[in-house]
Design a protein around this ligand. Structure first.
Ligand code: ADP
Length: 653
């Protein structure tokens, strides 16, 4: 076995490889870009070496630089993880030339499977079933159009060098074919430097079922069974599980045989995944991924095996640890990919700092693979994955329930996430019923897009956090306006909170015993903060509040509700208030105008009093100066952001 390996990757997969290496007594060398200097994988490894600036091309894809680090540190092998250099045959070749083992298949196998078209030609010869299609060299429109006619619409155009769904186009009718080919080719050229495409029959409502295979250098090859990755968003995996629901042993055996035939056809060694598209009882080869897959943990959970350990053993020349009939399947596992993505912006990556991060506690049944910690950033340079949550249960129902509970326990503040989508999937009757196909998300998760209104407990948690943070807005000011005050006792405070379009004024009075009496709308409650949340009239609610300046994120029932603390004395600049203007911070009625046009005022002087939601708000001068215009009179109703007073140009000393 190796004594030291280098991990040519980052984030969760680098961390995951390090954990196994450490268990096996293998020293680890991490590499990192400038953006990752404080990353978790750097902290976990025994050694960490900088390899260049943040853009992957200059760091994680800079093969020569990485091999140089391996040489200098005496690492005997390189684990490429997934993505980056993992399926780069030239890199594998360069490793061999430098005398460093590449923890992956032989160069020839990577090349053979690198092109979807060439791989399909090979698979055809090996007797592996293929989706009806065309994967020849000729690329002129008439050849491709003739193929599409023969296959029958709808067809799918795919980039031969493709991955990540890039260069893929569904074409419903012949009139759209030429444009789709042009688009697919342009995208393929830009992404992979190769514009070859293939045409396939586009199957409606299929399942994605893949087989994990393993082969050693002694001629042994086994199947570690299937994973169902049908829950996808835009043809990219979101949730994966093993075994595939409804999989019969006979079909599993046939799919495993086809996958092993595919592996043997290219002289495969190491971990590989043969992806099939399946419908009814039939299945067809799509492609082979010549690396460890993101979703390998579900296979580990049902077999009790460590796939990275197997990779290391095979790369070190050992035999596969188990024969086919010694590999067990126990229970059911599901993986959910948690991404920093903004559902409100069509799931674009959400860049930012993980201000607050709590993961469900790890147990035998719950595993979290992650590369980030609280305080880390999701940068625009890399995949925005936060973590993989993997759960196990004795059966699928148990695993699904565990998934729901674990997703509820996930807390992320600072970036938008796909947690809402994952919860909507996990909680949907169709998912429970294992009614899976690649169109699942489109059909079953629309409700998730509607914003959730916070419940009273969430409002209460936000108010208590403000009260305890002692940054409350007290409408009391030097101006004697007691006649219009509606405070009912001394020590009353008013807090203005906004969420979405809703603004609420909450009155609070301390009871002196740590509890507060709150007037929420027209309901009075007694509330206090406890160790795991709040109590409202004695009823406990699990809540968590993360405060960033005037923004409070309340996590309640697995949902994030963002409240803004509205400070009526200081209209925020973002709403257009400048040095020369005084604007209404919220919709309000004008109750007092304390100045006249032409008046000379000093900064902080009270100018105008508003009433909104049973609360007095006094607006003050943003600077010393002369009042130019007052735009409203007492009794007027004004909208949020309305300019009320304008100052004359130039500061007056
Ligand atoms: P990539 O390598 O770009 O991820 P794949 O060939 O692996 O592309 O396909 C990704 C997904 O696209 C599949 O999991 C499946 O959901 C869908 N897909 C691929 N081929 C077909 C097909 N012929 N018919 C219907 N859906 C398909």
């Amino acid at each position: 076995m190796f004594r030291k390996i280098l991990i040519a990757n980052r984030s969760e997969i680098a961390c995951r490889v390090i954990v196994t290496a450490r268990r096996l007594g293998i020293a680890t060398v991490a590499v990192y870009s400038e953006a990752d200097a404080r990353a978790r994988h750097v902290a976990l490894a025994d050694e960490a070496w900088p390899i260049g600036p943040a853009p992957p091309r200059e760091s994680y894809l800079a093969g020569e630089r990485i091999i140089e680090v391996a040489r200098r540190t005496g690492a005997e092998a390189i684990h490429p993880g997934y993505g980056f250099l993992s399926e780069n045959a030239d890199f594998a070749e360069a490793c061999a030339a430098a005398g460093v083992a590449f923890i992956g298949p032989p160069v020839g196998a990577i090349r053979a499977m690198g092109s979807k078209s060439a791989a399909k030609t090979l698979m055809e010869k090996a007797g592996v079933p293929l989706v009806p299609g065309y994967h020849g060299k000729a690329q002129d429109v008439s050849t491709l159009a003739a193929a599409a006619e023969r296959i029958g619409y709808p067809v799918l155009i795919k980039a031969s060098a493709g991955g990540g769904g890039k260069g893929m186009r569904i074409v419903e009718r012949s009139a759209d074919l030429e444009a789709a080919i042009g688009g697919a080719k342009r995208e393929a050229l830009a992404s992979f430097g190769d514009d070859q495409v293939l045409v396939e029959k586009y199957l409606t409502r299929p399942r994605h079922i893949e087989i994990q295979v393993f082969a050693d250098t002694h001629g042994n090859a086994v199947s570690l069974f299937e994973r169902d990755c049908s829950i996808q968003r835009r043809h990219q995996k979101v949730l994966e599980e093993a075994p595939a629901p409804g999989m019969q042993p006979e079909r599993r055996r046939r799919m495993s045989e086809a996958a092993l035939a595919a592996a043997r056809a290219v002289g495969y060694v190491g971990a590989g995944t043969v992806e099939f598209i399946a419908k009814g009882g039939a299945f067809w080869f799509m492609e082979m991924n010549t690396r460890l897959q993101v979703e390998h943990p579900v296979t580990e959970m049902i077999t009790g095996l460590d796939l990275v350990e197997w990779q290391l053993r095979v790369a070190a020349g050992e035999r596969l640890p188990l024969a086919q009939d010694e590999i067990p399947i126990r229970g059911h596992a599901i993986e959910a990919r948690i991404y920093a993505e903004d559902p409100g912006r069509d799931f674009l990556p959400s860049i930012g700092t993980l201000v607050h991060l709590r993961q469900p506690p790890e147990t035998v049944e719950v595993r979290v693979d992650t590369g980030v910690r609280e305080g880390d950033s999701i940068t625009p340079y890399y995949d925005p994955m936060i973590a993989k949550l993997i759960v196990w249960g004795p059966d699928r129902d148990a695993a699904t329930r565990r998934l729901e509970i674990a997703l509820e326990a996930y807390e992320v503040v600072g970036v938008a996430t796909n947690l809402g989508l994952l919860r909507a999937i996990a909680g949907s009757p169709a998912f429970l019923a294992a009614d899976l196909d690649t169109g699942f998300i489109g059909r079953h998760t629309r409700a998730d897009r509607a914003a959730d209104n916070p419940e009273p407990a969430a409002w209460t948690a936000a108010v208590l956090a403000v009260l305890e943070g002692q940054r409350v807005v007290t409408p009391a000011d030097p101006w004697d306006l007691a006649d219009s005050f509606r405070l009912n006792s001394e020590g009353d405070q008013a807090i203005l909170l906004r969420t979405g379009e809703t603004v609420m004024a909450i009155r609070a009075a301390s009871r002196g015993d740590g509890a507060f009496r709150l007037l929420l709308g027209d309901v009075t409650v007694i509330a206090r903060t406890g160790p795991d949340g709040i109590s409202v009239d004695g009823v406990l609610h699990r809540t968590r509040v993360v405060r960033q300046g005037d923004e409070l994120t309340v996590i309640h029932r697995g949902r994030n509700h963002v409240f803004a603390l509205v400070d009526p004395l200081m209209p925020p600049g973002v709403r257009g208030a400048g040095d020369d203007r005084v604007v209404a911070p919220i919709p309000a009625r004008i109750t007092h105008v304390l100045v006249r046009a032409g008046d000379l005022v000093t900064k902080g002087a009270a100018l105008i009093v508003l009433e909104a939601m049973k609360m007095e708000i006094t607006l003050t001068a943003p600077r010393d100066g002369t009042i130019d215009v007052i735009r409203y009179i007492v009794g007027d109703m004004v909208e949020e952001g309305t300019e009320l007073i304008h100052f004359a140009d130039g500061a007056t000393a």
